[in-house]
Design a protein around this ligand. Sequence first.
Ligand SMILES: Cc1ncc(COP(=O)(O)O)c(C=O)c1O
Length: 448
Amino acid sequence: MDQHKNNQQLLAEESPAFSKAARVKYYNIVIESGSGAEITDADGRTYIDLLASASATNTGHSHPHIVKAIQDQAAKLIQYTPAYFASAPEAALAPRLTALAPISGDVALAWGNSGSDANDAIIKFARAYTGRQNVVSFTGAYHGSTYGSISVSAVSLNMSRKIGPLLPGVVKVPYPDPWQRLDGESEDAFVDRMFAAFKLPFETYLPAEEVAVILIEPIQGDGGIVKAPDAYIHKVYDFAKANGILFAVDEVNQGMGRTGKWWSIEHFGIEPDLMSVGKSLASGLPLSAVMGRAEIMNSLGSPAHVFTTAGNPVTTAAAAATMDVIEDEHLLDRSAKLGAIAKDYFENAKKKYDFIGDVRMYGLDGGIDIIDSKTGKGDDEATTKLIYRVFELGAIIISLRGNVLRFQPPLVITEEQLNKTFKIFDQAFEELSQGKLSLPDNADEIGW
Ligand SMILES: Cc1ncc(COP(=O)(O)O)c(C=O)c1O
């Protein structure tokens, strides 16, 4: 029998064989098992998971209903490629998923293996349907790691450094995040100013009739859990419609119940033309989809968008079981309800600690800024101290942008686990305020 290996041994084994480009470093642990909102590492330590595998396990770890669906399907048929033949779970899932899309009229989809390729698909189908080449996306966006999706992203220099040229025909405009807002600026003035910045390329070098699609995260994930102002999204949408430009949303991170609704765009009452879905779609098994108005989705002929394993029987069975769990366990309501409790907690903590800045929470989907109280600017060092202390005390949380706490637990987290989480934060916040926390040895490696 194999001897059980601990975190350190496993990481030492992996290290020489693993590219540093493929992991954003936080803690030196190896995840061995998970159940609900908890994960256990190879040293046998159990943590409350406030990251949910980057919002890919909204139904929690190894949910019994989903495990059974995967096991049953694996015993029957693991793979036959939908590129040639449908399988029963895949055929059943396609109409079930398109029925959930917040798009009226006929909706069709194409499967993928990752959120990244679903966003590539948005570019392909939008170009094909409109006969136009240009794509507009936003600063702070994370759309993925393939050449297409990385080309429309703008959240880390390491995502474009050394790998150019990226996809041509991409124009980026500033996302209306709170860090762009001027002191004392009203929401209306902010929206007007940001919309003027959005229009500037169109007024100076980018003919609107040559733009295929505007791709946006209505709530940015890796950009810091930030919701664009409602009026801004409506202005951009109206501009797109007035100019024959498709309006596409990336729901990979914020969809599947994360924000208390199936899709984050539902908070705005807007129907997109195209949308990408992934991550929690199959509870973390590799399945994604691009969905859109059927006429757009039929603007390319085969085999313009096929992948051998995309939409395979096991992943689509897992997705159906995931949807069952979201419906049966009322996870949309649960996200909204527990998210409101979490919002209260962090708002109250903000009253007590002046290093807590803006608190954003949309369902169980939070970004909490840690700031230097004297300057009001982000405090990356304090953030790293905090997340590391929270980790030591038994919960996994990471930072975004250097100074944003990313709060995205599985939606099945229990109230007891949530309260335990708050106790951990109480202690870490208090220790930070008393100057008791220090940076971990590997602080310079930690984070984005
Ligand atoms: C909003 C968003 N889009 C796309 C992706 C890419 O998904 P994947 O990593 O599955 O390719 C991510 C991943 O973090 C994401 O957050």
